[in-house]
Design a protein around this ligand. Structure first.
Ligand SMILES: *Cc1c(COP(=O)(O)O)cnc(C)c1O
Length: 494
């Protein structure tokens, strides 16, 4: 006999087809109000098609239940390092759904959408000011798309100067995987640049790799180790003196926004993920946006469109401009406009005081976690971190055979989303924790307590962690099989 609790659990996991009952109906069709049409030939029709027969309440319960199987930032703490899962104020969604912004068409005449183009122009101005550069294009659809745009701009710059031999792009060994991919797709040869023992760029290695073939450097600041590279001024100078372009991966500006302008540090071009630093829901497939922002040397090559303002007449006029040197379009139309509106609402509502508060709070939160968990988890680079802290579970691995994956899976049982794992690649058993500025001290304290409890469980009962999570519909999935042979279709078990 199954217990009532087992019944509850098995009901919760039932697929819609398994909830079907012959003859049950959940819809009421209106009477036909168009001429009846002939069905196609019978050879194009199926004899029967199994469809779920459910009531409206069955359907509502099914979708409400499966919506709870997904973890989201609206459910609980989501400290996914590098990906910046900060809370997204609902105000931004409300602004993005205003009819004047959501019900317009990209092919409408410019004169009828002046407000929308003005919003694009103002957001370009915000990002240009925040980064200390000269101009921005909001066209790229994601961070990786922004990287591709920036590197294509670097290529156009070198080609225009007749420097077609400049093919070498240096990329630190801690970089996000999209960096080498973007450089290679833009026709460059990627050379890996090592970090030194403190997690900074190894200046001697940099000097030895710089020569006449140098096209540029792609670097993330703070690095993906969560550290501010204290050699950065030397780094940008060495690259620029050698005629190279300095590309900044600004996917996550959380630690520097409102405080440090990458343009002042010698960066020529950066991209920034609006869906990370500037609050747009992401993860689970929400559309992203990766504006590219450039300094003097590269601004003419920005992808199209770039919004421009003409204030010479009586009234300001905004248009989507063209530049003869532009690398062209990264996609259709004007980028992901909904994400642009959210970022605009976010920056305008925080304002000049609020933006620096973001970086202050996010850095304090990460350092609070660092200070409390040091000693429980290894800290490969024991120094003040920026907006994220990278721990290593190698101590648990060596002593108890418990991996970063086991720790992550166990966190799910405690209602916390796992941090980023096994990245950056240069940290063994990496656990990369980014709390963001939007979490309260109570949430951080809960997380700290949970991480300590897990370290203790690792010592006392390692199998509890090997088998985690214990209270989710699925436990450990075969990720390779799920990606290569996805099972997306319901079939009746014969
Ligand atoms: C997320 C991220 C990217 C890529 O951004 P996408 O929008 O996922 O393409 C690049 N670099 C870093 C450091 C990131 O964290």
């Amino acid at each position: 006999m199954t217990s009532l609790f087992e019944q509850l659990e098995s009901n919760r996991r039932k697929l819609l087809m398994e909830r079907s009952s012959p003859g049950r109906v959940g819809t009421t069709l209106l009477p036909l109000d168009v001429p009846e049409a002939q069905l196609p030939n019978s050879d194009m029709l199926r004899e029967d098609l199994e469809m779920p027969e459910v009531s409206e309440s069955d359907l509502v319960r099914y979708f409400s239940q499966i919506s709870q199987f997904n973890f989201s930032i609206d459910h609980n703490f989501y400290p996914l390092g590098s990906c910046t899962m900060k809370y997204n104020p609902k105000l931004n969604d409300e602004v993005a759904s205003l009819p004047g912004l959501s019900q317009i068409h990209p092919l409408q005449p410019e004169s009828t959408v002046q407000g929308a183009i003005k919003l694009i122009w103002e957001l370009q101005e915000y990002l240009t000011e925040i980064t200390g550069l000269s101009g921005a294009s909001l066209a790229p659809m994601a961070g990786a798309d922004g990287e591709l745009a920036g590197m294509l701009m670097a290529r156009a710059y070198h080609l225009e100067r007749g420097d077609s031999h400049r093919k070498k792009v240096l990329i630190p060994d801690s970089a996000h995987g999209t960096n080498p991919a973007s450089a290679a797709m833009s026709g460059f040869n990627v050379v890996s640049l090592p970090s030194d023992a403190n997690g900074n760029t190894d200046l001697n290695a940099l000097r030895s790799l710089v020569d006449d073939d140098l096209a540029g450097l792609m670097i993330t600041l703070p690095s993906t180790l969560g550290l501010f590279d204290t050699n950065i001024l030397d780094v940008t100078k060495i690259v620029r003196d050698a005629g190279g372009i300095v590309y900044g991966d600004g996917a996550n500006l959380n630690a520097v926004v409102g405080r440090v302008r990458l343009g002042d540090l010698g960066f020529d071009v950066i991209h920034s993920n609006l869906h990370k630093t500037f609050s747009t829901p992401h993860g689970g497939g929400g559309p992203g946006s990766g504006p590219v922002i450039a300094g003097e040397r590269l601004v003419d090559y920005l992808p199209l469109p770039v919004a421009t303002r003409d204030s010479s007449g009586d009234a300001e006029k905004f248009s989507l401009g063209r530049s003869p040197k532009s690398i062209g379009r990264m996609g259709a139309f004007h980028g992901n406009f909904g994400a642009l509106v959210r970022a605009y609402a976010y920056i305008s509502s925080l304002g000049r005081e609020g933006i620096p508060q973001v970086s202050e709070d996010s850095v304090i939160n990460a350092n609070y976690i660092l200070s409390q968990l040091k000693g429980y988890y290894d800290l490969p680079y024991d120094r003040t971190c920026m907006h994220e802290v990278v721990f290593s579970a190698r101590n648990l691995k060596r002593q108890h055979g418990v991996s970063a994956l086991d720790v992550s899976k166990r966190l799910i049982d405690y209602g916390v989303h796992p941090p980023t794992m096994y990245f950056p690649l240069i940290v063994e058993e990496a656990l990369m924790v980014e709390p963001t500025e939007t979490e309260s001290k109570e949430t951080l304290d809960y997380f700290i307590e949970v991480m300590k409890a897990i370290a203790q469980e690792a010592a006392e009962d390692p199998d509890l962690l090997h088998d985690a999570p214990h209270n989710t519909p699925n436990t450990r999935v075969d990720e390779a099989r799920a990606a290569r042979r996805p099972d997306l279709r319901w079939r009746r078990e014969s």
